[in-house]
Write a protein of this length. Sequence first.
Length: 123
Amino acid sequence: MPQPANLLNSIRVVRGQTKVLDVVVKTCEGHFASLNGATLYFTVREEVGGSVLIRLKSPDEGIEITDAANGEATITISSTDSDLTPGCYFYDLWVEFPGTPPIRHPVVKKAELTIEASLADFS
């Protein structure tokens, strides 16, 4: 049975448009998380457990850590990334710290990303 998505962190993007998201990563105690040496991952899937449709990661694949000491980053969903069939998708955001094995923590788990149809045709 499908589980409801995390609607608190839902994102809406118009198909074929660029969307820039400013994020702040915090600890479970509410303090800013240090992202020094960390890698952020953002993935979008049509369904939970399905194939990855969009995969972004820091430092130079769509995610930029802008202030590591204060947990700040910018995620850029490009116009190419958002060129998906309009509808509801799921995304997650993870932080990974180096180690053997690497230490991974969810920042946002199973939230909704909606691709909306564009009303204008500029072709």
